[in-house]
Write a protein that binds this ligand. Structure first.
Ligand code: DX5
Ligand code: ZN
Length: 217
């Protein structure tokens, strides 16, 4: 069993409510919201107004992925909006510790994100703060990319590391998840799955069903 988080970056913003309803009806567990500031990654996606809209549209948990240089600026509003989980990158200037502490202090679950080139050991200093370790399986910044080779090995290494250190953090994967790549990620140890194009790229109902079926072993 895994948690399926639908990444709204791939939704049709002209019909966002329709896409959210379809994803709920198809049985997604949560919505993943990618905030990009144009600095940490080149693209700008949306800000907290989108989180506000999503909080109005759904009662499913909101899982926010901050691809921003200054996560602290966003946290009070995210907490006020009832966001369940916020993940910040290990690679941000000054490191993620202050943000991880602030996320927890605000009553939300903290996640640490590692870019594809960041080794799993980079998570070690922060394990006591996190309930989720998010491994990017594409380079962050846009949807619809291909799952990077070597990702399954990295997931397995992260799982071994978490086990060795007695951490209960859940491994989340984000990027390039399809019915073809999901079984490998799941088998390696990922238990929270982010999918954008695979959910919203076609018919939502069948996209979600194909993802679920791919791991029905
Ligand atoms: C990429 C984002 C992802 C993106 C995934 O930087 O963090 O959440 O929406 O999109 P797909 O599933 O299409 O690769
Ligand atoms: Zn994301």
């Amino acid at each position: 069993m895994f948690e399926l988080c639908a990444s709204i970056l791939a939704a049709d913003f002209a019909h966002l409510e329709q896409d959210v309803r379809a994803a709920e009806a198809a049985g997604v567990d949560a919505f993943h919201i990618d905030i990009m500031d144009g600095h940490f990654v080149p693209a700008i996606s949306f800000g907290t107004d989108m989180v506000r809209t999503m909080a109005r549209l759904t009662s499913k948990p909101l899982d926010v992925h901050l691809m921003v240089e200054n996560p602290l600026d966003f946290l009070p509003e995210l907490a006020e909006l009832g966001v369940k989980r916020v993940s910040v990158h290990a690679e941000i200037p000054g490191g993620p510790e202050a943000a991880l502490r602030a996320i927890r202090a605000a009553g939300m679950q903290a996640g640490l994100v590692l870019n594809p080139e960041t080794p799993v050991e980079a998570a070690l200093p922060y394990l006591k703060h996190i309930s989720q370790l998010l491994l990017m399986t594409v380079h962050p910044g846009r949807g619809g990319q291909a799952y990077l080779p070597g990702s399954n090995e990295k997931i397995a290494a992260a799982r071994a590391l978490l086990q060795e250190r007695g951490s209960a953090a859940v491994i989340q994967v984000d990027g390039g998840i399809t019915p073809c790549t999901l079984p490998g990620a799941y088998t390696a140890g990922a238990r929270s799955i982010v999918a954008g194009s695979a959910v919203f790229g076609g018919t939502v109902q069948s996209g979600v069903a194909c993802l679920r079926r791919s791991c029905a072993f």
